[in-house]
Design a protein around this ligand. Sequence first.
Ligand code: HEM
Ligand code: SF4
Length: 550
Amino acid sequence: MYVYDSYDHHIVRERVAQFRRQTERYLAGDLTDEEFLPLRLQNGLYIQRVAPMLRIAVPYGLLSSRQLRKLAHITREYDKGYAHFTTRQNIQLNWPQLAEVPDILEELAEVEMHAIQTSGNCIRNVTSDQFAGVAPDEITDPRPYCEIIRQWSTFHPEFAFLPRKFKIAVCGSEQDRAAILVHDIGLQLVVNDAGETGFKVYVGGGLGRTPIIGSLIREFLPEADLLSYLEAILRVYNLLGRRDNKFKARIKILVKATGPEAFADKVEQEWAQIRAGETTLTQEEIARAKSFFTLPAYQADAAQDLTSLKAEHKAFARWLERNVRSHKQPGYKAVNLSLKPTGVAPGDVTDQQLEAIAELADTYSFGEVRATHEQNVVLADVREKDLFDVWQKAKANGFATPNIGTLTDMICCPGGDFCSLANAKSIPIAEAIQRRFDDMDYLYDLGDLTLNISGCMNACGHHHVGHIGILGVDKKGEEFYQVQLGGSASNDASLGTVLGPSFGRDDVPDVVQKILDVYVEKRQPEELFLDTYRRIGVQPFKERIYAKAS
Ligand code: HEM
Ligand code: SF4
């Protein structure tokens, strides 16, 4: 994990002091709402429907137990005793008092955390694979590169006022677990025939009002050129991105307008001028970044044969099957803690649970956890010997629901319960679906399936890329839900197709049931939902769901 040096400590503390003065001036009436707006956004603070919302940066989702304990303390002292893990691997507080936000930021600074650049039109928190460093299919650990990008982009003066927000995701494995194709820039680590490390560069992906899958603009970017090439992309965007219309300001609109080839040409031209300049990464610099992500002290005697424990405890066997993943290191496993028990808003954690996660991390996973973009938490380095204990403790604290990757492990934005942009609530929809589909055997039979819910077209809940996507829409002041099918955020990324007219809230679980019925009837042996959908298309689903109308 990256550790702040004295310079980092200094600038974060300076920023807190600066924001404290700004907040005091705002509260005293010396700054208007408009004047305060950019200042608070630069510090992760939104003013929401019922209260302010503070978004705390978690670089590439990595958290230490010390940071978790501090977050527990903050949610207890300054909020309502819970926090929310987001799809960008960040943490949000939904109920802070404006006057106390500088105190929260000061407490965060003590544990090397902040809320800088978590909102506003700048380069946001870089996201990555939650299994970075431990995934067996990993080509190269993406985290040192994320850290290099983070250090370069934080406070980068040229990119502080972009046309719109800017999101970069890096993936180091064959299997994309960071949704890189729906980011402004997606970087896939690769090794070329000569054995050199570099990146495939995708640009112009994104969700929201105009969802677009990113385009490949460079097959191989040598690692040394990472920053100069990113700089070239951002310069082209900064110059040519639209500033006249907020809804057309993202880089995806620019790439679509110029076409990916023409866009790539512009980037190459810009790059030619700065390539081999001062941002070129030296081997020493890359090694320095890598030095923060060395292997923990793995033990040789970590393995255990779990056959008899599995036979004895069916629930443990289920949990192993769904929530535990293989690991590079023999004898070790990566454990998903599910933040999706029925009846809890997906991604919500209480202060006590944060403490419990910290305890698990200290006891069983070298003091670290990772936040996932599916709104769960991962203990990346658990000895097989400890799995049974971890399961029991996770169960006691409410995060052993064995539903990872199933229908009820859904992504869901805060929707109308918190967010002032919402057209409809999304949390109650998630809960209604979880209550309806509570039979684990049925869920396991359905297999891997993603269901994503957003409360409006901004798509924070990634509904476009859910196998089943649900979008809250407003019809003459009433809440309705549009259903989409066939989205994917993986290597085979695709955007869902709208099924047809939207539904009332009470109908949503029935609609989901009918979709699943069609799948179960039509699937071929071992075929997953997405593959069946891709084979048979949307029509059979339409026919079943709108049967009465036709
Ligand atoms: C409650 C306060 C929130 C506000 C005011 C807010 C605002 C927005 C807006 C305006 C967009 C549209 C961006 C665009 O089209 O350019 C957006 C998209 C997005 N937001 Fe949020 N959001 C909130 C909460 C969240 C949460 C809780 C998450 C994660 C669970 C999240 C993650 C995202 C993501 C991943 C997108 C996708 C669009 C893209 O990257 O192109 N946001 N949000
Ligand atoms: S999708 Fe819409 S409703 Fe949901 S959090 Fe984002 S902006 Fe709010």
